[in-house]
Design a protein around this ligand. Structure first.
Ligand SMILES: NC(=O)CC[C@H](N)C(=O)O
Length: 360
C-alpha cells in the first residue's frame, strides 16, 4: 500500500507502508548507525520520535528476543530506504514487518532517505506523520505545528512504575529510571552491583533511606527541562553519594549544578561520533542518541571540569565535579549498538562507589 511521510513544513515523501496501519506523529530524527537497528528501536530515548535510518537496507538480519534495550519499541514510526523481507541470521526469530505490526508501529519503505536527511540537516528536525493518504494534509500540518514536543513529558511512559531489585553482592546502587537501556543494567550487573531501579519521581529522602552506596542517572526521552523536580532531587543527593549519569542523566546532573541545556538543530544519533577525552587527549568513537546538549557558557568551571568534547561540533560530552565523586557523559558507554571502548567508565563509577564507601 502506498504511504507518505508528511513533514510539518509541508514536504512530502512517498513510499510503501509496512508494519501496522496505525498513523502517528512524532519528531522526525535520523540515525546513521550501520547495524544494531533492533537495539535502536527499543531504546526508550526514542519515545515520541519517528526514526529515519540512513543505512540503505534495514531488516536483513531479522529480529530476535535477545538484542533488546527495553521490552517494547516506543518509536512513533520508522522510515527506511529498503525493507528486507527475507531476513537471514542464526539468531533471527521474526521479521521486522511482523515485529512492527505486533507493536502497532507504522513504517514506510522506499523513501529517498538521503534527500530526507539532507532536508532535516538543513532545516533541523521537525515533526512528521506517516499516513496512507494525503487527503488531510492541511489539517495534519496544522496539528503538527501546534504540538509542542519540547514541553511534553515523555518519561512517564517509559520509566518503571514500581521499584524493582536486581540482586547482587557488590555495591548497592539506586538507579533513577528515566527510560533505562537494558545494557546499562547488564553492565552494572556484570560488576555484581545490587541495583534498585526506581521510578523517575522517587524523592531524594526515599533514596537516602535505602542506604545505597551510589546513584546512577539513566538515559531517557524528551527535554531534560521537563524534569525539574528530578533535578531538585539530584541536587539534594549530590553531596552525599557518588553519581554517574548517562545522556539524559548527564543533562539532569548538569542542570542540578546550575548549567543550562538547549536543543541541537538535528541532534547526534549514530554509532561513530568522535569524542575527545580532554584529560588524557585520547579520542573515543562513541554511540550517541541525543537532541539536547549542555550549554558550555553556563557551566560553572569553578566547580566542574569539562572532561569530554565532541570532535564534530565541539559540544560538551562529559563533565566531572572537581571534588565530589560525581561525573557524567552525554554519549553511550553502554553502546548497544556501537563501540564498547568507553565501557571503562562503568568501572570508574564502581571504583568511586567502593572507595567512597571505604572512606565513610
Ligand atoms: N539518550 C538520551 O538519554 C537522550 C536524552 C535527551 N532525551 C536528548 O534527546 O537529548
Amino acid at each position: 500500500m502506498k504511504g507518505y511521510l508528511i513533514l510539518e513544513d509541508g514536504m512530502v515523501f512517498e513510499g510503501k507502508v509496512f508494519g501496522s496501519l496505525q498513523e502517528d506523529t512524532g519528531e522526525v530524527v535520523f540515525n546513521t548507525a550501520m547495524a544494531g537497528y533492533q537495539e535502536i528501536f527499543t531504546d526508550n530515548s526514542y519515545n515520541g520520535q519517528i526514526l529515519v535510518m540512513t543505512y540503505p537496507m534495514i531488516g536483513n538480519y531479522g529480529i530476535n528476543s535477545e538484542d533488546i534495550e527495553s521490552n517494547q519499541p516506543t518509536i512513533k514510526g520508522l522510515v527506511v530506504r529498503e525493507l528486507c523481507k527475507t531476513p537471514s541470521n542464526w539468531k533471527s526469530e521474526n521479521c521486522l514487518d511482523d515485529y512492527l505490526k505486533y507493536h502497532n508501529i507504522m513504517g514506510i519503505e522506499g523513501v529517498d532517505t538521503r534527500k530526507l536527511v539532507k532536508h532535516l540537516r538543513e532545516k533541523g528536525t521537525m515533526k512528521g506523520i506517516i499516513t496512507i493518504s494525503l487527503d488531510h494534509k492541511q489539517e495534519q500540518m496544522e496539528k503538527m505545528q501546534e504540538m509542542d514536543i519540547t514541553t511534553k513529558n515523555y518519561t512517564g511512559d517509559v520509566s518503571t512504575e514500581k521499584p524493582y531489585i536486581l540482586a547482587g553482592n557488590g555495591p548497592k546502587i539506586a538507579l533513577l529510571d528515566f527510560g533505562v537501556k537494558l545494557n546499562i543494567l547488564r553492565i552494572l550487573k556484570s560488576y555484581d552491583c545490587h541495583i534498585t531501579v526506581l521510578p523517575y519521581q522517587t524523592k531524594a529522602e526515599e533514596i537516602m533511606k535505602l542506604g545505597v552506596d551510589g546513584v546512577f542517572l539513566s538515559n531517557g526521552p524528551g527535554n531534560p527541562q521537563t524534569l525539574m523536580p528530578a533535578v531538585e532531587n539530584i541536587k539534594k543527593l549530590l553531596h552525599h553519594k557518588p553519581m554517574f549519569g548517562i545522556c539524559m542523566g548527564h543533562q539532569l546532573l548538569s542542570l542540578a549544578f546550575g548549567a543550562d541545556t538547549y536543543k541541537l538543530k538535528y541532534g547526534h544519533r549514530g554509532g561513530n561520533h568522535p569524542v575527545k577525552d580532554l584529560i588524557t587527549n585520547k579520542v573515543y568513537i562513541t554511540s550517541q542518541n541525543h537532541g539536547y546538549v549542555v550549554d558550555e557558557k553556563t557551566v560553572n568551571q569553578k566547580e566542574l571540569v569539562i572532561t569530554h568534547r565532541n570532535l564534530n561540533d565541539g559540544t560538551i560530552e562529559g563533565i566531572q565535579h572537581k571534588y565530589l565523586p560525581v561525573f557524567s557523559v552525554q554519549y553511550h558507554p553502554e553502546a548497544s549498538p556501537g563501540p564498547m571502548e568507553s565501557k571503562y567508565l562503568f568501572q570508574q563509577f564502581v571504583y568511586n562507589v567502593q572507595h567512597s564507601k571505604e572512606a565513610v
